[in-house]
Ligand binder design. Sequence first.
Ligand code: PLP
Ligand code: ZN
Length: 437
Amino acid sequence: MQQKYHLQCVACGHVTSDFGEWFTQNQQCPDCGSKHSEVWYTSDYEELSQIIHQRVESFWQYFPFLPLSDPSNIITCIEGGIPIERWGFLEEFAKEQYNLNIEVHVCRNDLNGGTGTFKDVSASLAASLFKEYGIEQYCVASTGNTATSYATYLSMAGVNCSVFLPDNALKASEAFISAYGQQVFRVKGDYTKTKVIASGYSKTNHILMSNGNIDPIRVEAKKTMVFEWLRQLGRIPDVYIQAVSGGTGPIAIDKGVREIQSVYPGLRNPRFLFIQPDKCDPMVQAWEKAERENFPAGFENEYPTIDNPDTEIPTLATGHPTSYPILAKLAKAVGGSFVRINESGIADNARLVAFERQVMLGPASAVCMAGFFESLKKGLIHDGETVLLNIGEGVRRSPEFVDKMIYTTKMVDSVDECQPHTMSSYREQLWKAVLVN
Ligand SMILES: Cc1ncc(COP(=O)(O)O)c(C=O)c1O
Ligand SMILES: [Zn+2]
């Protein structure tokens, strides 16, 4: 029988037959040492056209295009088939304020079944693959969401997972991981140091470790986002907005688009707008410098690093942006950009969304939202375009952030002090707060 898939080294073309072999060779190319391999399938892509006309509840319905051989190994909490919603209040704002007729769609990753983040698809595929190949130990360094998600799914698969968190990671992330009986190592230092220690642990103990943003497991899971766009929107959006730390999302989008270009000719990447908070914005700094210098050859290899970034959004606290070269090239190729937002205003964005849509955003998602407003202000969104915001996490990731959503409380001591209110009276105040940021 013909094999369903193989991995191919992006650097030298070496072919690895399957994930069993990939794990045995410590997730790298035996010829050139590169950790960046991509998965290619022998499956019939006609089947994809059929699936995208069906109702999809989980990304596992794209099974022919995922690198698992036996469906009985699937570990799932129903993730990936999340709704893409049209948010009219943002369209009205763009029309009133900038005279732009745009469509605004939002990927509701907060509705994923595992942990309510866009990491759940990757963790589900990872856990399933580890079950398929009998992997018993794994380790991961993460700013929080990947760790929480992997801990959840790997626990379901009975895989021991050591999790390395930087010292500023959210307590809630630590609590979930610990509760499932997985080992937490909280590193005294930032995410960069955390990765170094995790990598040392992986080598010393011969334990597989997540390969970061180019990890083929993560990329293959997240590429199904493209399939979902075709299914739910019938197209690739013109503009894609995401808060980035490392940027697995765009790397996966690019892979997904290339994978199906032969069956969907003319398909191309959206214009990427990558958002970072001003307290940890190394990629934005690098991009602005490149712009000033008119993008000299090799511009993508030049970026600053920030030690111990002083941000209150630990999820996005990647001070050494090692994946910038890949992201910068992706952005340049489509006329995209990197955009900085004011971190102190993100709670205002989250309050506005909660008021207008009854959706509670997590901090990294609020950064994405702020990025939409900033992109409009900077003229990066054009008339007639379809814009997609990737809301990567819901609020349950951060109880601290939930507290910031409180603004209508009055302390009272008697009936006289309590009067009925009209909700709409808050609207003006909420919009004003967002627009001054
Ligand atoms: C909600 C959310 N948005 C954005 C990001 C950044 O993702 P990436 O590291 O793939 O850039 C993360 C990463 O944890 C996240 O959880
Ligand atoms: Zn190679």
